[in-house]
Design a protein around this ligand. Structure first.
Ligand code: NAG
Ligand code: NAG
Ligand code: NAG
Ligand code: NAG
Ligand code: NAG
Ligand code: NAG
Ligand code: NAG
Ligand code: NAG
Ligand code: NAG
Ligand code: NAG
Ligand code: NAG
Ligand code: NAG
Length: 724
């Protein structure tokens, strides 16, 4: 070998040696870049629980830090997941130095400030989720469009304003684009289905987008979810909706979408054979037309608040999977087809504000899972069939108000054990007010005004401990006001006006606040102590002068009292009153709970008991919840569920967990699914605290004073449960 040859070989070897060293050097230098970036990130935020990021120490490897994942060789940070850590503060621009990052998950915190241009440096990013934060004062940076690998971009529930930069709609890698619940405006480009060919999920709900529904979206044959509800979109529903074989959800509710003529809703018929479609909501638009006879086999159909006419086709009864049927606020006429009774999985039916006539079908007795029913504001007549009261699953509301229903209220009303609101007002119902209504122990609101009910106010009502509103006004009720109404501590509004009630008005409880009680139009009712005046008999001469004196004094007091009452009455009339708001136990669906708990993910599990598992979850509104799922396979768990539900919906005690809602439904395997949803208590279980498994920040547990306080609080709650 000659020497030039050797020299070349040597040079190559040297080059390889050095380049390798340079390469390794660069790698370790960049892990420290990542460390610096993360420490800068930490320095700009604060935490609810200060030790959340305590592992983020300058002298340790970031690969071991909470929420940080490195690549296999431990050279670079590739994932950052700080979701739901109670973090407040702004995002550091140094985050743009994490150049190997593939996944950035900051959702469910309280990050403020703006979305930074530097995020556009994370060229390897595939997932970016900053949903449920308070990012605001700024536009979405167009630099984000440099992220050529980004598949998931979720900016839902922030305070983002302005338009989406046009270049974002050019990010052809996007599979999931979610920007719902912001303050974004501008048109959605008509060719979005062409520029984003890989899109499976598009969620732009609850913004101020204008323009029309992009026709190209209906050409995206793989698309699964299209959600554009609550915007300002106009125009018609584009062609091609029926050609999307994978479509699962289509929600364009609350826009200004139009259709005209009888055939205006024919696009619904084009969905008939779309077997994956579960959810169709076109409510709150300007759609005209009649409901087509064939509709996809949906689980949720919401056509409410449009200008739909014609009749309810009896074929709707074939949608065996239907869980929610919303046809409210249209011009639908004709009778309610009794085939609707075949919808045995129905959770919610809302046919209110239409022009439906005839009787309520007795087939409704088949609704074994019904949670809410609203047939109010129609022209239904005949009596209330006792069958439709035999629906013990009803929870939230049962509304038949403003129809032409007549006859008595059947005793079977007692089967509505779990319902929170009953509204029968504005009908021609008559007969003695049935005592059994007092057996509806979960009632919070009872409206029976504007009927022809007679007889006394049922005593049993005073056993409905959670009653908040009782409106029996404008009937023909007689007898006295049951004094025990004073003991209904939750009562906020009592309206007994325009009846034939007589006797003394109680003074305690709700009666002590005149703005909560309405008694006008009951001429025989009398104020406290004024009643005795009427029955003076066996008068003795000697006492006449005394009695006259007392009578004069009483008259004076009465007059003063009356003047006072009238003045208060005027004040009351001026105070505005909103009875429609106020709390109700809204039921949630299995689907919503599944979403909230990431499909009942093991990671979200926070407890396990004999026949229940507890998960942590989040509602879209940003509420953190604890979901207690019952194992319905175990005998006795059902009974326990309903007992707990009934007990807790009536309790109001500061030491008892607040029941937000409950769910009684079918899961996706069609098995019964029962769950209770509580407010999430971030400090963990009391059990752990008592046993010393949990410590506070400075490492201490409960001391003797804390323990005595806990015992007193528990005793107070138990006392409340047993005696009140
Ligand atoms: C991470 O921590 C473990 C033990 O806590 C330790 O054995 C390991 O060496 C650390 N890894 C790095 C890269 O620092
Ligand atoms: C990291 O990012 C900051 C802010 O963007 C920049 O000023 C700094 O030079 C970067 N540091 C490194 C080592 O790249
Ligand atoms: C968004 O801004 C509005 C007013 O501008 C404010 O009331 C609201 O709390 C903000 N929301 C968040 C999540 O920061
Ligand atoms: C972002 O996080 C939220 C809350 O955990 C989750 O519901 C959503 O599915 C995530 N988005 C993506 C695109 O993964
Ligand atoms: C989108 O991409 C196309 C083709 O790659 C290009 O011509 C166009 O300028 C891009 N638009 C924006 C706003 O970036
Ligand atoms: C949808 O696709 C059809 C057939 O490929 C085409 O004729 C039509 O123009 C496309 N519509 C839109 C809005 O892109
Ligand atoms: C649905 O499928 C049936 C049977 O395959 C067919 O007769 C009908 O025309 C299809 N309907 C639509 C709207 O495509
Ligand atoms: C159906 O739409 C109406 C308003 O249009 C809404 O109030 C109702 O909650 C919707 N029902 C369901 C179950 O989403
Ligand atoms: C809906 O699906 C159920 C179960 O898969 C089926 O029995 C029923 O016939 C279907 N109904 C229609 C109208 O396709
Ligand atoms: C109920 O209404 C229908 C149609 O409006 C009418 O034919 C029928 O006589 C009414 N029935 C009663 C009991 O009023
Ligand atoms: C009480 O009932 C009367 C008669 O029905 C009604 O006019 C009045 O508005 C009601 N008051 C309240 C506060 O509900
Ligand atoms: C009386 O009731 C009204 C309306 O519910 C309420 O705003 C007011 O605070 C109450 N007054 C007292 C003294 O409780």
């Amino acid at each position: 070998m000659n020497s030039p040859y050797l020299a070349t070989l040597f040079a190559i070897l040297v080059a390889i040696f050095f380049s390798k060293n340079v390469f390794l050097g660069a790698e370790s230098a960049t892990l420290s870049t990542d460390r610096e970036a993360l420490l800068s990130f930490k320095s700009r935020v604060s935490m609810e629980q200060p030790n959340v990021l305590s592992s983020w120490e300058p002298n340790s490897s970031p690969c071991n830090w909470t929420g940080v994942v490195c690549n296999e060789l431990g050279q670079r940070v590739v994932e950052l997941d700080l979701s739901d850590m109670g973090i407040t503060g702004s995002i550091s621009p140094h985050i743009g130095n994490l150049s190997f990052l593939r996944s950035l998950q900051l959702q469910h915190n309280r990050f403020k400030g703006t979305l930074l241009d530097q995020l556009g440096n994370l060229l390897r990013l595939r997932i970016m989720n900053t949903s449920s934060n308070s990012i605001e004062d700024g536009l979405i940076p167009s630099e984000l469009s440099r992220l050529r690998n980004l598949k998931q971009l979720d900016l839902t529930i922030n305070n983002l304003t302005g338009t989406i930069p046009p270049s974002i709609y050019n990010m052809s890698s996007l599979v999931n684009l979610a920007m719902a619940s912001n303050d974004l405006w501008g048109d959605i480009p008509n060719d979005v289905g062409v520029t984003l060919p890989n899109l499976l999920i598009l969620n732009l709900c609850i913004n101020k987008f204008t323009g029309t529904i992009p026709g190209s979206l209906h050409n995206l044959t793989t698309v699964q979810v299209i959600r554009l509800a609550d915007n300002l979109l106009h125009g018609t529903v584009p062609q091609g909706l029926g050609n999307l074989p994978d479509l699962q959800m289509y929600n364009i509710g609350f826009n200004k979408i139009v259709s005209s003529g009888e055939s205006g809703l024919d696009f619904i018929a084009s969905l008939t054979n779309r077997t994956r479609l579960r959810f169709l909501a076109i409510d709150g638009n300007l759609l005209e037309g009649v409901i087509p006879e064939s509709i996809g086999n949906l689980s949720k159909l919401n056509l409410s608040y449009n200008s739909i006419s014609g009749q309810i086709p009896q074929e709707i009864g074939q949608l065996e999977k239907l869980q929610m049927l919303g046809l409210a606020g249209n011009r639908i006429s004709g009778i309610i087809p009794s085939s609707l009774g075949n919808l045995q999985k129905l959770n919610d039916i809302d046919l209110s504000w239409n022009a439906l006539v005839g009787r309520i079908p007795t087939s409704f007795v088949n609704f074994g899972y019904l949670i809410s029913m609203d047939l109010s504001h129609n022209k239904l007549n005949g009596s209330i069939p006792k069958e439709i009261l035999n629906l013990p699953s009803l929870r939230t509301f049962f509304k038949l108000s403003n129809n032409f229903l007549s006859g008595p209220l059947p005793q079977e009303v007692r089967f509505l054990q779990g319902v929170g609101t009953i509204d029968l007002s504005g009908n021609h119902l008559s007969g003695n007010n049935p005592m059994s209504i007092g057996m509806c122990k979960s009632l919070e609101k009872l409206f029976m005004a504007n009927n022809m009910f007679s007889g006394p106010i049922p005593d049993t009502l005073v056993e409905v401990r959670g009653l908040e509103t009782l409106d029996l006004s404008s009937n023909q009720l007689s007898g006295s006001v049951p004094p025990d109404i004073q003991n209904l501590n939750a009562l906020q509004l009592l309206n007994l006006s325009f009846n034939n009630l007589e006797g003394e008005i109680p003074t305690g409880g709700v009666f002590s606040n005149i703005s909560r009680v309405h008694l006008d139009g009951n001429p025989k009712l009398c104020l406290y102590s004024a009643c005795e005046n009427s029955g003076g008999r066996g008068v003795q001469l000697i006492l006449i002068s005394v009695i006259i004196t007392i009578a004069v004094i009483l008259t004076l007091c009465f007059t003063v009292g009356l003047l006072f009452y009238i003045r208060k009455g005027k004040a009351k009339a001026m105070a505005s009153f909103d009875s429609s708001k106020g709390q109700q136990h809204q039921m949630v669906s299995y689907y919503e709970l599944r979403l909230a708990t990431k499909n009942f993910n093991q990671e979200n599990q926070i407890g396990h008991g004999s026949f229940r598992t507890v998960y942590k979850g989040y509602f879209r509104e940003g509420i953190t919840i604890a979901v207690k799922v019952l194992d319905t396979q175990i005998i006795g768990s059902r009974k326990s569920f309903f007992a707990e539900c009934l007990a807790l919906r009536n309790t109001r005690h500061r030491n008892l967990l607040k029941l937000i809602t409950s769910c009684s439904s079918l899961d996706f395997k069609n098995m019964e699914f029962l769950a209770l949803v509580y407010e999430f208590m971030s400090n963990g279980s009391l059990d752990d605290w008592i046993k010393g498994k949990r410590m506070n920040v400075d490492g201490g547990g409960l001391d003797i004073v804390d323990r005595v306080n806990v015992a007193t609080d528990v005793a107070s709650a138990i006392n409340y449960l047993h005696h009140e």
